[in-house]
Design a protein around this ligand. Structure first.
Ligand code: AQP
Length: 328
């Protein structure tokens, strides 16, 4: 049994990309490991976000975690800002990080591109993420492809800390699935699906209604060839739809290609939409039972207590190692 940590930012309603790239793996991994799954709200404030929207998103994400199959009996589910050690260790690790290595982070480069004012929080985001992981001695971090570089930085920071002070942190490893680690936008299949995309046609959220899902898939960008074939480079739109369909319906891409040989995109797209609807329907049903329930608060309170205990212990060790103590 290994320790696992992962989280999702409540910046909007989670997308099919977040679900396939992260949440589905969270559920699979909870049976065999000691898992901590966090709603990383402190990461959400690295960009401007309305306070009420953030509160709603945080609750909604917690409900979606559970509705998707996370079991509070098996995994610790909690809100990041409720465990104060995250921000505290985040600061200590920021002091250990170099400007150069943070500047090299591609997510920072992407998210700051074209912005007139770039928040300092966006720049130091990876050190807070390192804190999230290292506080729990996490050995495995299930993430999508886009987060790999941040895990590498986390390892560098842990190593630096261990050699500068004394052995305190374990080395985490990213767990990146071979398929589904990068679900692409429906309107621009060259870029990844994101919950904060300004064009809502580019993504499907886990709470989208069937009619909206059908509409978005119908208008998803494909190509003029009319052949259902997987070719990421030349047919990014069709390949993305094939990957989504294959992972949700558990049918191999080769079988899907055979099934739609000679069909047009209309027939194929209609089936992709139905596969998404079938996956999301039970999740949405459970979500609406949970969202205003006391049960959800009890789960999050219990999660906070457990996470806080583990994280506070680690923080005390770090403080001792760094000399953040009064001499008596
Ligand atoms: N398109 C994607 N395909 C596969 N995995 C994805 N993830 C995100 N997008 C995709 C994975 O979901 C987890 C949680 O992501 P996050 O919300 O913490 O951060 P993110 O990667 O920045 O996700 P978004 O949706 O793009 O959020 P915004 O729009 O706020 O920046 C991570 O494991 C991520 O890899």
């Amino acid at each position: 049994m290994k320790t696992i940590f992962s989280g999702i930012k409540p910046t909007g309603t989670v997308t099919l990309g977040n679900y396939i790239g992260a949440m589905k793996h969270f559920v699979n991994l909870q049976d065999e490991h000691d898992a901590y799954y966090c709603i990383v709200d402190l990461h959400s404030i690295t960009v401007e976000i309305d306070r009420v929207e953030l509160m709603n998103n945080t609750r909604a994400l917690a409900a979606l975690y559970i509705a998707s199959g996370l079991d509070p009996e098996k995994a610790t589910i909690f809100v990041q800002s409720e465990v104060k050690a995250h921000a505290q260790l985040g600061w200590m690790l920021t002091c250990l990080a170099g400007m150069g290595e943070l500047e090299r982070m591609t997510q920072y480069k992407d998210k700051s591109q074209g912005k007139e004012r770039i928040g300092a929080g966006l720049f130091v985001y990876p050190t807070l993420m390192a804190s999230d992981i290292l506080l729990y001695d996490a050995e495995l971090v299930p993430v999508g492809e886009d987060q790999k570089q941040h895990i590498e930085l986390t390892r560098d920071l842990a190593q630096r800390f261990n050699s500068r002070y004394y052995e305190t942190f374990k080395m985490p490893e990213p767990v990146i699935a071979e398929t589904g680690a990068r679900i692409m936008s429906l309107t621009t299949p060259e870029k990844k699906m994101s919950k904060t995309d300004t064009n809502p046609k580019g993504y499907i959220t886990m709470l989208d209604e069937p009619a909206s899902i059908r509409k978005k898939i119908k208008s998803a960008v494909t190509d003029s060839e009319g052949i259902v074939k997987f070719d990421r480079e030349n047919k990014p739109g069709v390949s993305n739809l094939l990957e989504i369909y294959s992972l949700l319906a558990d049918i191999s891409i080769a079988d899907l290609e055979a099934k739609y040989e000679g069909s047009n995109y209309g027939v194929f797209k209609a089936d992709v939409a139905e596969a998404i609807i079938a996956e999301l329907e039970p999740i949405q049903k459970r979500y609406y039972e949970l969202i205003d329930s006391e049960e959800l608060d009890i789960i999050l309170d219990q999660g906070r207590e457990k996470a806080d205990l583990v994280a506070s212990r680690k923080l005390t060790k770090v403080e001792k190692a760094m000399g953040l103590q009064r001499k008596r």
